[in-house]
Design a protein around this ligand. Structure first.
Ligand SMILES: C[S@@+](CC[C@H](N)C(=O)[O-])C[C@H]1O[C@@H](n2cnc3c(N)ncnc32)[C@H](O)[C@@H]1O
Length: 324
């Protein structure tokens, strides 16, 4: 579904100023991913998380003149940005606003049953983080929203104002692996008794008050894990991943490759276990090409902070494997 033109405002307060939305986002492990994924000119590819189109534009470049990319994203703003960015490849990109949990249906809508390569570049983009009103970033003040799919489901504000203290602590611990989850949950409940939390900075200040002083000056920002946890809960990010990876394996042509870039251990665990399951047992359909995940170079880590925790896993569809 195409969503009409989006007016991007410049963000002046967070170091991303004056960049166009797609320039805010530098894809991580891009060179490595494209080298695994694309091995010939032409072909059909599925980008399950097209975002601002960084990887997709590289795939289209490498598969010139007739390679094609179907791109999916839950975020209508991302689709609009990708559409602009991929204009030079007119006729070779098909963009769909939707969830990769329905990737088979999305491919069908593009009239395609199999593809030569699939990429998942999970998480949020810098373009999303750079828009304070989306509520993903603890560095800028904005509504505590965090929904990737605008207007669908509950916002992070709804969760923090509604969940019980125990439920909140559980979310923050389970999805953020935050060791101060209970203290933070208690602090949120106390704060919301005075007034509901509405903005990212409301939450940041509650977390700040809840954690020990030493934690406030730690290597990672003290709000990182709580924000990650709420984002995962709001978007139910982990619920659909295994199913989507299984569907992806099923729509690959023999020899076609599946590349998955993850950004935290919870995601990577699901990717690792699913690829292992699909490449073992009596009826494997994949062969794992990376037994250990590939990680960014020192240089990439230095130049792109998003790269710090990234892991790339790659598998290939076995010839003769049965479709589920
Ligand atoms: C890291 S960004 C992708 C960046 C892109 N690969 C690039 O190079 O420009 C991740 C994107 O995945 C999208 N996303 C996350 N979960 C999704 C899901 N379940 N279905 C579809 N899109 C999803 C997010 O909205 C975000 O735009």
């Amino acid at each position: 579904m195409y969503i009409g033109p989006i007016k991007w405002e410049k963000v002046e307060s967070n170091g991303f100023s004056k960049a166009k939305p797609h320039e805010l986002h530098v894809p991580v492990l891009a060179h490595e991913t494209i080298s695994w994924l694309v091995r010939r000119q032409g072909g059909r590819y599925l980008d399950c998380t097209i975002g601002p189109g960084g990887l997709a534009s590289r795939i289209l470049d490498r598969t010139s003149p007739d390679g094609m990319v179907v791109g999916i994203d839950r975020d209508e703003e991302a689709i609009a940005v990708a559409r602009e960015r991929l204009k030079p490849f007119a006729g070779r990109a098909w963009l769909i606003q939707g969830n990769f949990s329905e990737l088979k249906q999305h491919l069908q809508s593009a009239g395609i049953s199999e593809v030569d390569g699939i990429v998942f570049d999970l998480g949020v983009s810098s373009a999303q983080l750079g828009r304070p009103e989306r509520g993903f970033s603890f560095l800028t003040d904005g509504l505590l929203d965090m929904r990737m799919e605008q207007g669908a489901g509950q916002t992070a504000a709804a969760l923090v104002n509604k969940l019980s203290e125990a439920e909140l602590a559980d979310v923050i611990y389970r999805y953020g692996e935050e060791r101060y989850s209970r203290r933070i949950a208690r602090s949120v409940v106390r704060a919301r008794e005075r007034r509901p939390l509405g903005t990212t900075f409301d939450l940041v200040s509650v977390i700040r008050d809840a954690v020990p002083a030493s934690y406030r000056h730690g290597r990672i920002h003290y709000a990182t894990r709580t924000f990650q946890a709420l984002r995962i809960a709001v978007n139910r990010e982990l619920d659909v991943l295994e199913h989507a990876l299984r569907d992806a394996a099923d729509v690959l042509t023999p020899g076609g490759r599946l590349c998955v870039i993850s950004f935290h251990s919870l995601e990577d665990r699901i990717v690792k276990q699913t690829l292992r399951a699909l490449s073992g047992g009596p009826d494997p359909c994949l062969s794992r090409l990376t037994k250990k995940p590939q990680t960014p170079s020192e240089r990439e880590r230095r130049e792109n902070p998003r790269a710090r925790s990234a892991k790339l896993r790659v598998a290939e569809r076995l010839p003769g494997a049965r479709h589920s």
